[in-house]
Design a protein around this ligand. Structure first.
Ligand code: ADE
Length: 325
């Protein structure tokens, strides 16, 4: 068992040993410490349940993964990647925080921030499109979160509106790090285009995943399709697709099947709908650039006129969400 539980020792309690002497006993959080409630989401290898800490009454989202299924389907590596990535990303309000992990005979448990308002995709679908102000507000938070992730050496690689959750303040929380790339922090100061995976033990695996790509094709960067290689700028491609989608109501590259979607991506075959805001268009045109090295870097995105009037940084997370329009 390689699995090491996170934050398992959450407190110590003084108890008396058999000789009546006080000893500090470590208290571990476990399944028994939570009351499980409604189902928040279901994936192919996991179920996310709302749960309340019996002692603190704090609410969490608990991701429950079936061990047998994970082992049978050879997904152990991805479960570990998700845990390792989340363990590097515990100090940002825009990332779903991992509080504890534990297990029982059957399952692994990830105790996460609860994002009560669900997926950004659901909110967008209800609204059809967002106006510029709403788009700026959500995009700024996503961007600030990407900047933090990248500064911590994590490339998400599957950013899309389903993986952007919202809390009750309508602040975003990025989730689903199962396909993240974890960079060697010492070597990742490369100007933002790449960096190596730790010792690159994943090379063969990534090849396999790129070839048997499943999931949402619409946000995949051209470099992943052509070179089977993702870099930090690949997340910025996805970010460009998300900003486009918030304003247009649909992603820029969409066809009736994955193959045709991929063809559109590598040909940069997309168009803006009539009336698309010109400043947003300018930003997106600088993000949806085939060569990842020529995509606008994060600092330039932050200072792009589209984000005029919004402070990207700490104050962002105290800002009140605009009324959805
Ligand atoms: N669905 C998946 N993860 C979730 C989370 N952390 N909060 C709310 N719903 C979720």
């Amino acid at each position: 068992e390689e699995w090491k539980d996170r934050g398992a020792a959450v407190a110590t309690r003084q108890e008396l040993d058999s000789n009546g002497r006080p000893v500090n006993k470590i208290i571990k959080k476990g399944v028994k410490d939570f009351n499980f409630g409604r189902t928040l989401g279901e994936g192919s290898y996991s179920t996310v349940l709302a749960a309340t800490d019996r002692q603190t009454h704090r609410e969490y989202a608990v991701k429950v993964l079936d061990k047998r299924h994970i082992i049978k389907e050879k997904k152990v590596k991805y479960v570990n990647i998700e845990k390792d990535a989340l363990n590097r990303l515990t100090e940002h309000p825009g990332i779903v925080r991992l509080y504890y992990t534990f297990q029982d005979e059957r399952s692994l448990y990830f105790v996460l921030d609860l994002a009560n308002a669900g997926e950004l995709l659901g909110v967008l679908k209800r609204m059809t499109t967002f106006d510029e102000e709403c788009t700026r507000f959500y995009a700024a938070q996503i961007l600030d979160s990407i900047a933090y992730m990248h500064s911590r050496g994590i490339i998400h690689r599957d950013l899309k509106p389903e993986n952007v959750l919202l809390d009750e303040q309508m602040h975003t929380k990025i989730t689903d790090f199962g396909t993240a790339k974890i960079l060697d922090l010492k070597r990742s100061h490369d100007g933002g285009t790449g960096g190596d995976a730790v010792g690159d033990p994943l090379d063969g695996v990534e090849q396999e995943r790129a070839n048997s790509f499943v999931g949402t094709a619409e946000y995949v960067s051209p470099e992943l399709l052509t070179d089977k290689n993702a870099c930090k700028a690949s997340d910025l491609w996805a970010f460009g697709c998300i900003v486009y989608q918030l304003l247009a109501g649909r992603p820029p590259f969409k066809a009736s099947n994955e193959y045709q979607t991929f063809q559109k991506i590598v040909a940069l075959d997309y168009a803006f709908p009539l009336g698309f805001p010109p400043v947003a268009r300018d930003l997106i045109e600088r993000l949806l650039v085939l060569d990842p090295a020529k995509r606008l870097p994060i600092d330039h995105i932050k200072s792009h006129p589209f984000f005029d009037g919004i402070q990207i940084g700490k104050g962002l997370w105290r800002q009140k969400a605009p009324r959805l329009r």
